[in-house]
Design a protein around this ligand. Structure first.
Ligand code: 2DE
Ligand code: MG
Ligand code: MG
Ligand code: MG
Length: 329
């Protein structure tokens, strides 16, 4: 028996592994539930491809950071599909559907472990702290989403401006924590790794870009849950009401239709609630107003980029601020 090397101990995130095609199928092959030939494949290949025109502008540490962000994102989706009991992801059976809840949770944990190793190897404690805090933010957002916003004791079922704005501030806070934090802090960390004299100004711009972009992204996700079906989304549509969640469209509809209040309060759990709520949203301008709010955030994201000098990377980010709104899946 040879002595264990450092790489053995770390179960190395192999630096020579090709950057763009890294698969974490291996974790699901560790405890095969079926013979290899019948083994389901993960729907969540880790995908990170740098457009060729931008490849030369990235530092190796920034490319690695992008992979780390992707690993944390995919880990959160593995856990999300367990929590939401969702059977479909990216047009394929979700990890819990294909492998069961236990392996889906462990697969997410495995990715977080690998991401932590890779993060520490970047050798920048400011970046480690920033990205580690994202993992806590994701959990905080998910828990905030589970919490009762309104308690029956308070009788807060009428759409008074104060109650609505309270519900909105919780919704937007949750949206930042569960989605925009990863993008905001990921962008900021990339500027930190890039160094340079513009330090604070660019860090703030990158953070504001990611925050607004991320809010727009999740607001559109919440709209598409109403507008699109499984065939385009590659995941179930209409899921949020089924999960008891009042997102932007329902919160706006509540301002226009007070009958929405009791449905939100009891989390659409009574027979017929989901259908009634869907109808109220349809008869309101909730979807249009949520889209308008997403657009305002995407415009803000574009605006804050303007402190950066023109470059191909900046143009790519500007294009993304459009795509986040016009995407259909
Ligand atoms: C997506 O929301 C979920 C985002 C965050 C999930 C965070 C969890 C805490 P959706 P879709 C589960 C654990 C975090 C880890 C492991 C880092 O609206 O519509 O449910 O795509 O997304 O299902
Ligand atoms: Mg989900
Ligand atoms: Mg969820
Ligand atoms: Mg969703």
């Amino acid at each position: 028996d040879r002595p264990l090397t450092r790489a053995d101990v770390l179960n190395d995130w192999n630096p020579s592994m090709p950057d763009t095609t890294t698969s974490f199928q291996t974790v699901f092959d560790l405890v095969p539930p079926t013979p290899p030939a019948e083994r389901p494949r993960m729907p969540l290949e880790l995908g990170f491809a740098v457009p060729p025109t931008l490849a030369g502008t990235l530092l190796p540490t920034q490319r690695r950071l992008a992979q780390i962000v992707e690993m944390i994102h995919v880990a959160s989706l593995l856990h999300d599909d367990v929590i939401d009991a969702s059977a479909l992801r990216r047009g394929a059976p979700s990890a819990p559907a294909a492998f069961g809840n236990k392996l889906a949770v462990l697969g997410g944990d495995f990715l977080l472990g690998r991401a932590s190793t890779a993060l520490s190897r970047l050798g920048d404690s400011e970046v480690v702290e920033l990205i580690a805090s994202v993992i806590a933010n994701l959990v905080e957002g998910e828990i905030l989403q589970m919490k009762d916003v309104f308690t029956p004791e308070l009788g807060l079922v009428a759409a008074t401006p104060a109650v609505c704005s309270d519900a909105w501030s919780v919704y937007l806070k949750k949206t930042y924590l569960k989605t925009a934090s990863l993008m905001a802090k990921g962008c900021r960390a990339s500027v930190i790794l890039g160094g340079g004299a513009q330090g604070e100004v660019w860090k703030e711009a990158a953070y504001a870009f990611g925050r607004n972009f991320g809010l727009a992204f999740q607001l559109v996700d919440d709209v598409l849950d109403y507008e699109a079906g499984e065939a385009t989304l590659g995941k179930p549509g209409g899921a949020d009401l089924q999960l008891g969640l009042a997102t932007g469209p329902a919160l706006y509809a509540w301002e226009e239709h007070p009958e929405m209040g009791p449905l939100i309060l009891r989390k659409f759990e009574q027979e017929g609630d989901v259908e009634l709520a869907r109808d109220l949203v349809r008869r309101s301008s909730g979807v249009a107003r949520t889209r308008a709010l997403a657009r305002a955030h995407s415009e803000k994201a574009r605006e804050v980029l303007q402190v950066l000098p023109d470059s191909e990377a900046k143009s790519a980010l500007e294009i993304l601020t459009d795509k986040v709104i016009t995407r259909t899946s």
